[in-house]
Design a protein around this ligand. Structure first.
Ligand code: SF4
Ligand code: SF4
Length: 264
C-alpha cells in the first residue's frame, strides 16, 4: 500500500519471497534523507491508527480528522485513511522534519516495509494465503546495495513488522474476502461506514457498543466487555468478528433470543 505519486515514471517492482537476499541501508547522511517522506501516499492500516493515536495522545476521531484524508482500498470500495500530505511542502508527510521522522518508533507499516512492498495472494484452493514481497528500487533512494546482505525475512523482523501483521490479520482477511466476491457485488453505504468505524475509528466503535442497544442485541460476556473497554487491539479483534458475522453471516456473535440483529 505504498504508492509513489510519480505516475509518469512508474517503478517496476522486483518480486521476492521471504528468503530472497536484499542489501539495503537507510542512512541519515545520505543526500536522499527524508526524500522518501515527500510526494507519496501512505495508506494506514488499523494497527497504524492505534499506534499513532496513542503516540500523539489523541482520540481516533481527532487523529483521523487532523492527520488523514479518505481513500479507497484498490480493487474494492472499502474505505481506508491516508496520511494527509502537506501540499505547500512538496506533499510532505505531516510527520517529517529536517531531522527525520518524529513518530519513528510508531511509523506506519508502509514506512517499515519500505523499500519493500508486500501483498497477499488469496488462493481459494489452498488453506493458507501466500504472502509475497516486491523490492521498489526508486532512483531517488540511495540506500540500495548499502550495508550487509540479509534476507527479506530478516528485514521484516528487524522493522518490527510482525506485530503489525498480527493486529491487522482480521482486517486483511476481510479485504481479501471482499475482493473474492468480485466487482459486481456492491456493499451498501451503511456497511462501508461500519467497516470504517470498526477498523479505524475505534473510540467511536467503543461508544457504539456501550452507548447503543448493541449489548441488548448481542450476548457479550463480562470478561470481553472489560477487555474491549480499554484495550484497542482487543476491541479491533472483537470488531472483526462482528464484521464477519454481519458481512458473511458467520456465527461469530450470539444474538439474544428476543431481539433482531438491528442495533439502531
Ligand atoms: S535511503 Fe531511501 S529510505 Fe532512506 S532516506 Fe534515502 S530515500 Fe528514504
Ligand atoms: S511516518 Fe515517518 S517515516 Fe513515514 S513517511 Fe512520515 S515521516 Fe516518513
Amino acid at each position: 500500500m505504498y504508492a509513489p505519486k510519480d505516475n509518469a515514471n512508474p517503478v517496476i517492482p522486483v518480486r521476492l519471497d521471504s528468503q530472497s537476499p536484499m542489501c539495503f541501508s537507510c542512512e541519515r547522511d545520505l543526500s536522499c534523507f527524508t526524500s522518501c517522506c515527500h510526494n507519496i501516499n501512505i495508506f494506514l492500516t488499523p494497527a497504524d491508527v492505534i499506534r499513532l493515536k496513542h503516540r500523539l495522545d489523541l482520540s481516533s476521531e481527532e487523529f483521523l480528522a487532523i492527520y488523514t484524508i479518505p481513500a479507497i482500498i484498490e480493487g474494492t470500495e472499502l474505505p481506508i485513511p491516508m496520511l494527509k500530505p502537506l501540499e505547500e511542502d512538496n506533499f510532505a508527510c505531516p510527520f517529517v522534519r529536517k531531522e527525520g521522522c518524529i513518530v519513528y518508533e510508531d511509523r506506519p507499516l508502509n514506512c517499515r516495509y519500505y523499500p519493500l512492498g508486500s501483498g497477499i495472494f488469496h488462493n481459494r484452493d489452498e488453506s493458507e494465503d501466500e504472502r509475497f514481497y516486491a523490492l521498489i528500487k526508486e532512483p531517488t533512494c540511495l540506500g540500495h546495495d548499502l550495508g550487509e546482505e540479509k534476507t527479506v525475512q530478516d528485514w521484516v523482523e528487524g522493522q518490527g513488522i510482525e506485530v503489525y501483521d498480527e493486529i491487522n490479520s482480521g482486517w486483511v482477511e476481510l479485504i481479501l474476502r471482499r475482493k473474492s466476491l468480485g466487482p459486481f457485488v456492491e456493499l451498501p453505504e451503511k456497511t462501508l461506514q461500519m467497516f470504517f468505524m470498526v477498523c479505524y475509528n475505534l473510540d467511536s466503535f467503543r461508544r457504539f457498543i456501550f452507548n447503543s442497544r448493541f449489548l441488548s442485541v448481542y450476548i457479550v460476556d463480562t470478561e470481553t466487555q472489560e477487555k474491549i473497554r480499554d484495550d484497542d487491539v482487543a476491541l479491533l479483534s472483537f470488531g472483526m468478528s462482528w464484521l464477519k458475522s454481519t458481512f458473511f453471516g458467520e456465527e461469530k456473535m450470539t444474538l439474544r433470543k428476543e431481539t433482531t440483529s438491528s442495533v439502531e
